[in-house]
Design a protein around this ligand. Structure first.
Ligand SMILES: Nc1ncnc2c1ncn2[C@@H]1O[C@H](COP(=O)(O)OP(=O)(O)OP(=O)(O)O)[C@@H](O)[C@H]1O
Length: 258
């Protein structure tokens, strides 16, 4: 297990445009002001290569959601910068940030967030339609076959299993060729067999499509499906591990919570 005191997780000091899909430099996030100030993230630096599949773990309150929100442009750091590809998203705001997120960032949630009145195909292409774009049919066909829902495009979400609904949500997250896909407990609502299938799919998308994926999870079994697990504790990087088993990840987590 490597500790992060002198060595941020991932690679650092790498210029933009060098195969790095996501980079946080000395990111700090504070909530509130004066004596009530709470530092949710403190001096977090990391860089993730294109095509990497990373899990973020840490005890409750360690800053996982805050990190996900800052890295995806849903919130802004108090200090430091966040690059998605070569764009410093901490410098964007308003419509430009919304547009950037729509074009360059994908999201997968525990609750699939599909619209019940739309077909599978309409749900997947919705982000493009909202951005005033039309779907690339070849990509739609490739993607829906890659995630195993090519035969379900005309169904409504209620006519699908939980695992199938999550596959629709994954296709929707990838439809705009995002630089990074952020997943928040993506298997939290699934039984273990469907969860395994979704995790295998995420791994496949990272490897075969060079899709960068960042996943927050509490579950060491889920985290073990990723290539690298980055640990947070008290808003700071606490270490990282490549290719650990669920038991090893769990042991490290227990150490952080002690
Ligand atoms: N909007 C907010 N205003 C004030 N404090 C906040 C806000 N959001 C988060 N915090 C605080 O920041 C710290 C980190 O919270 P965060 O939600 O990022 O942790 P987490 O690791 O995702 O926790 P969990 O595993 O319980 O979801 C916590 O102390 C939390 O109470």
């Amino acid at each position: 297990m490597r500790k992060a005191e002198h060595q941020p997780a991932g690679v650092t000091g790498v210029p933009a445009n060098s195969g790095i899909a996501l980079r946080l430099d000395s990111v700090q996030k504070q909530y509130g002001s004066g004596p009530a100030t709470l530092t949710a993230l403190n001096n977090v630096s990391l860089a993730l290569y294109q095509g990497s599949f990373t899990a973020i773990m840490g005890p409750s309150g360690s800053g996982k959601s805050t990190l996900l929100h800052l890295a995806s442009g849903l919130d802004k750091p108090t200090r430091g910068s966040v690059h998605v590809g070569s764009t410093d998203i901490s410098q964007l705001s308003g419509d430009r940030l919304t547009q950037f997120r729509r074009d360059h960032v994908g999201f997968i949630f525990q609750a699939y967030n599909l619209l019940p009145t739309l077909s599978v195909e309409q749900n997947i292409t919705l982000p493009l339609i909202l951005g005033g774009k039309s779907a690339d049919n070849a990509w739609l066909e490739y993607l829906t076959n890659a995630v195993g829902i090519g035969a379900l495009l005309n169904r409504r979400p209620a006519e699908l299993s939980g695992g199938q609904q999550q596959r629709v949500a994954i296709a929707r997250a990838l439809i705009s060729h995002p630089e990074v896909v952020f997943a928040d407990e993506p298997t939290g609502a699934l039984d273990s067999r469907s969860a395994r299938a979704v995790l295998d799919l995420l791994w496949h998308l990272a490897r075969e499509l060079n899709q960068t994926i960042v996943m927050v999870t509490h579950d060491p079994v889920v985290a073990a499906a990723s290539q690298r697990v980055i640990f947070l504790a008290d808003g700071q990087l606490a270490g990282y591990r490549d290719g650990g088993t669920a038991a090893e990840i769990s042991d490290f987590m227990t150490g952080l919570e002690a």
